[in-house]
Design a binder for this molecule. Structure first.
Ligand code: URA
Length: 195
């Protein structure tokens, strides 16, 4: 399946309650199909729901600045969210919505794009990708080997907009990310053969 085919399917999606709770449109993802680096946020907010593109509001502007700070452009990376539809009043996505959406779309986006590093922005993305509920403060800035890519949790840019004291750590994480991107991509764990 191509990314375009998956997107066409997503744009018509009625699989979870978010499809009936006032979304304007499905916000699938944006960027390079061949990206080494993928960013995963939580869910589209107001501006993303209006424009049909992830991270275009104030948090998105900060994310774009940080991407630029490591010498990359939005078009070099791929940006998406755990769930593809805006939850009403920007509430957190419900576990049921996440468990329906992630296998249908996020996991397949990862399979098709094959990024080397996936940045999990904030607690929701970290939980969806790592399966850990440990808070972002403990997990941020570390890389986790998953299959043939790394997961790298950091703060959600909206958290930085709420608390400017976190900006220096956030900027540090992007410098760590720049170094990780220079490393060899992680290899698939060796298959255990019984014969
Ligand atoms: N916050 C997110 O998690 N995702 C977006 O696309 C925008 C804001």
């Amino acid at each position: 399946m191509t990314l375009a085919e998956l997107k066409a399917e997503a744009l018509e999606c009625q699989a979870c309650p978010l499809s009936k709770l006032g979304r304007r449109q499905v916000v699938f993802g944006v960027g390079s199909e061949k990206a080494d680096l993928m960013f995963v946020g939580e869910a589209p907010g107001y501006w993303e729901d209006v424009q049909g593109e992830p991270f275009v509001g104030p948090a998105g502007k900060l994310l774009t600045k940080m991407i630029n700070s490591i010498g990359l452009d939005r078009s070099d990376v791929y940006i998406t969210n755990v769930v593809k539809c805006r939850p009403p009043e920007n509430r957190d996505p419900e576990p049921e919505e996440v468990s329906i959406c992630v296998p249908r779309y996020l996991n397949k986006q990862i399979e098709i794009i094959k990024p080397r590093v996936i940045v999990a922005l904030g607690n929701h993305a970290t939980k969806a990708l790592l399966g850990k509920s440990t808070g972002i403060t403990l997990l941020r800035g570390k890389k986790f080997h998953a299959s043939n890519y790394y997961i790298f949790p950091t703060y959600h840019p909206a958290a930085i907009l709420r608390n400017a004291n976190l900006l220096s750590v956030f900027a540090e994480d992007f410098q760590t990310l720049k170094e990780i991107l220079k490393e060899e991509p992680p290899k698939e764990p060796a298959q255990l053969s019984l014969f």
